[in-house]
Ligand binder design. Structure first.
Ligand SMILES: Cc1cc2nc3c(=O)[nH]c(=O)nc-3n(C[C@H](O)[C@H](O)[C@H](O)COP(=O)(O)OP(=O)(O)OC[C@H]3O[C@@H](n4cnc5c(N)ncnc54)[C@H](O)[C@@H]3O)c2cc1C
Length: 406
């Protein structure tokens, strides 16, 4: 069957990068990029950083301009939600009653913020951060002197806390576990970052969650599981996302923590592909399946899916990488933090510039750089090849990391 029209559902990082890649790879048919949001595709990372701080604006975070989309002959269909994939006719049904034909479909539907299921969670001033509109609404409320309660010490929560402190707010961060950022960075490094947040003025309450949120129509306070009442003008809930799989599930695709795909981004149904935050893919370097919520994964998996739709068989192979910016710290991580692994430091972990390597069986599973992006880049190849390394060389600042293991 020839492919004349490719429809991409979800017009954010993965979807936009896939659309662009289809043209770059020489696809001459129609490309429809269908997205529920009213905006041109944009970058989400600034939503919790520069946009909240007011140092950038919505136009600057667009992935590319409207003219560029026109030049590439990509048909953008904003404010359009796909509600059903009709597998018998090969058509997509839209929420407004319209239909769209497609020879192949790429699902890049991402995720939606997980919500708190407790009294007061629907009050005005209890918000989540996923979209441009969410970020602009939060920015309005980050006034000097405002009391902000952040629920969840993951990356979204900690970045919002940092931006809120910088905006002059009084910030309390509630984390259910005993340390923030433990899931991504491991407990020891989570504790290092936690100390930094406290030094910057965030009140971090661990092993604590909200029990109820109070106020008449607008939030006024949070009562915690420790029975403490905390005044709040704004509550930002950052407790993770739920992959947006409804459409895929309804179409009979295999679902397990997201849409299950193979290394070519193919789902269990021929002609339907998935990429980005919604896709659960096999990672050859880490030897397991992963559903990542990282910008680079969304970008490169979207590109890989586009190539795969056009017949390429090289597949998506990448060591996971992400970054976060909080205060004056640039945090980058490649690979993953093995909870049973050994941690080796290069530089002083009490300072604001050091690198930490996670090792198991003599090889590097993951590397975290605090204001050390070059170190992270240098060792990614060692994670790929699982070379046995000498921990003393990793720790020794005088050894060039690019030469370790070679
Ligand atoms: C505030 C914030 C800060 C971040 N910061 C970083 C960072 O510093 N570093 C990093 O590595 N990563 C960061 N990320 C993560 C990164 O932005 C995501 O991994 C990336 O945006 C995922 O892209 P995606 O296209 O897969 O999914 P999404 O960005 O979730 O996009 C999915 C799109 O699909 C649309 N959609 C869903 N269902 C339908 C439907 N049925 N019909 C039509 N449209 C639909 C949605 O409206 C949405 O626009 C951040 C994310 C957020 C929210």
């Amino acid at each position: 069957m020839t492919t004349d029209l490719i429809a991409i559902v979800g017009a954010n990082m993965a979807g936009a990068c896939a659309a662009r890649a289809l043209r770059e790879e020489g696809f001459s048919g129609e490309i429809h990029l269908i997205g529920a949001e009213p905006h041109l595709p944009y970058e989400r990372p600034p939503l919790s950083k520069e946009l909240l701080l007011g140092t950038t604006d919505p136009v600057q975070i667009q992935i590319q301009s409207e003219q560029e989309w026109e030049q590439q002959q990509v048909t953008l269909r904003p404010s359009s939600t796909v509600v059903r994939i009709d597998r018998s006719s090969g058509e997509l049904e839209l929420a407004d009653g319209g239909r769209a034909r497609a020879d192949k479909v790429l699902l890049c539907t991402g995720g939606r913020p997980r919500r708190l299921a407790l009294a007061g969670a629907e009050l005005d001033g209890v918000v989540h951060l996923r979209t441009l509109d969410d970020s602009l609404a939060i920015r309005e409320r980050l006034r000097p002197g405002a009391s902000v309660v952040v629920v969840g010490g993951g990356f979204i929560g900690t970045e919002v806390a940092a931006s809120a402190v910088a905006s002059g707010c009084a910030v309390t961060l509630l984390e259910a576990d005993d340390v923030i950022l433990w899931r991504a960075l491991g407990r020891e490094l989570g504790a290092v970052l936690q100390r930094y947040h406290v030094e910057q003025g965030v009140r971090v309450e661990t092993r604590t969650s909200p029990e109820r949120i109070g106020g008449s129509s607008t939030v006024t306070h949070v009562v915690t599981t420790r029975r403490e009442r905390i005044d709040a003008d704004l509550v930002v809930v950052g407790i993770g996302i739920v992959p947006a799989v409804d459409l895929a599930e309804d179409a009979g695709l295999e679902i397990a923590n997201g849409i299950v795909v193979n290394e070519h981004c193919e789902t269990s149904v021929e002609g339907i592909y998935a990429a980005g935050d919604v896709a659960n893919h096999p990672n050859p370097f880490l030897g397991c399946r992963l559903r990542l919520e990282h910008w680079q994964n969304a970008q490169n998996q979207g590109i890989a899916a586009a190539r795969s739709m056009l017949g390429a068989r090289d597949g998506f192979r990448e060591v996971p990488w992400f970054w976060s910016d909080q205060y004056d710290l640039n945090v980058q991580m490649s690979g993953h933090a093995q909870p049973t692994g050994t941690l080796v430091y290069r530089g002083n972990p009490s300072s604001s510039s050091f690198t930490a390597f996670y090792l198991s069986a003599g090889a590097i599973d993951g590397v975290v750089g605090i204001n050390r992006p070059r170190d992270v880049r240098a060792v990614t190849r060692l994670i790929e090849t699982r070379q046995i390394v000498d921990p003393a060389q990793l720790a020794d600042e005088s050894v060039d990391l690019r030469k370790v293991g070679s």
